[in-house]
Design a protein around this ligand. Structure first.
Ligand SMILES: [Mg+2]
Length: 369
């Protein structure tokens, strides 16, 4: 029978011989893992073994994330302390700033307070259906004073990524997605086709029918698309499979989205999944939780990632995004994640803190004065 001691001894041996292994963490880190794993008297043998397997071959960021799973996230008690330790707050939008078209209580006052303390505010969303300019209008409509330059949507990230790799201007981008992606590509000076124009197209499968595609397409960008259809799947697939070097870029892989507040709806991940299925390729993801946008922001504003706090309502995108980037993380319960989901044994993503909503910054602040 395997005991906890046996697992730990086995792990010790692995750690002692790890200098010859290809582990991304060095032996001293692994001893530290062991030392920290030994806190887990309360874990079952199998849980311990799984933990060790996870820890023994991971990057420092992933290691840090795994180790955080051992303890439950603490509720935010001292907002002043967090605010003082952070130079930049990155906010997710839906579920943090607004819900659908409704502003969440206390948001304007909270943003004003943070600005008055000299904090940089950045708004990041995986929703690619709007451009930065279109999001700017949404903020304005909701009475929020937010500059376009402070908004980073995954539509913008797709165009920024293509710019960052000097995507040739004589090549084209095929878009499976909505208007936001087209607008950002246009602003960045890229040629594109597809998008809403292909929303009504149908394929007539007559005998011998062959769909032509543009051989100059050098990238296919896939985002959330309410007008997704078989024409787009086939066109994107042909470009990726037949145009040499054609890139496959996804704005995000969110499983679900919130088109109405009555239920969850299939998210951008469903469109991306279809193209993965037909091409047998994995996309390059530019939205959360990939660190592309975090790296972009850190470079653009010259900020240290340790001085950033990522605030979001979703564990597998927002909190993972913050943790992947080495930032502090705050989960708010004003969106899709409930306290019981956060505390569920099946959840392995634990933020540094959680709070009901961002305006708790104000009340928690008042309580500590
Ligand atoms: Mg959200």
């Amino acid at each position: 029978m395997i005991t906890k001691a046996a697992v730990l001894v086995s792990a010790s041996v692995t750690a002692a011989s790890s200098s010859s292994s290809k582990s991304l963490i060095n032996p001293s880190h692994r001893y530290l893992c062991l030392e920290r794993l030994s806190f887990v008297n309360s874990l079952s043998v199998s849980a311990l073994a799984i933990k060790w397997r996870s820890v023994s071959n991971c990057s420092p960021n992933k290691f840090s994330r795994i180790m955080k799973t051992r303890a439950s996230t603490q509720p935010l008690k001292n907002a002043d302390e967090l605010i003082a330790s952070v130079e930049t707050f990155i906010f997710d939008c839906d579920g943090v700033i607004w819900k659908g078209d409704k502003l969440i209580d206390g948001v304007p006052e909270t943003l004003d307070m943070l600005r008055s303390k000299g904090k940089r505010l950045v708004f990041v969303t995986n929703n690619s259906t709007k451009s930065r300019k279109q999001y700017g209008k949404k903020f304005e409509t909701l009475g929020l004073n937010v500059n376009e330059e402070e908004i980073f949507a995954s539509s913008f990230a797709a165009a920024a990524y293509l710019k960052s790799i000097n995507f040739p201007k004589d090549k084209k981008v095929y878009v499976i997605g909505e208007d936001g992606i087209l607008k950002e590509l246009e602003l960045a000076g890229f040629q594109y086709l597809g998008g809403p124009d292909d929303g009504g197209k149908k394929i007539e499968l007559k005998p011998g029918f062959l769909m032509e595609h543009d051989k100059d397409v050098g990238a296919v960008v896939v985002g959330f698309d309410r007008y997704f259809n078989y024409y787009k799947v086939q066109y994107g697939t042909l470009c990726i499979r037949e145009n040499p070097g054609c890139l496959f870029i996804a704005t995000n892989r969110d499983a679900v989205t919130h088109l109405t507040d009555a239920q969850e709806w299939a998210g951008g991940g469903s469109m991306v999944g279809a193209i993965c299925g037909s091409t047998q390729r994995e996309p390059l993801i530019v939205g959360k939780p990939s660190t592309f946008m975090m790296d972009y922001l850190a470079n653009k504003f010259g900020i240290l990632k340790s001085q950033i706090c990522m605030v979001g309502d979703r564990l597998d995108t927002d909190i993972l995004f913050g943790q992947n980037g080495g930032c502090k993380t705050l989960l708010v319960l004003s969106g899709v994640t409930t306290l019981s989901m956060l505390q569920s044994p099946s959840n392995s993503i634990q933020p540094d803190f959680y709070s009901n909503k961002i305006s708790d910054f104000l009340s928690l602040k008042a309580a500590t004065v």
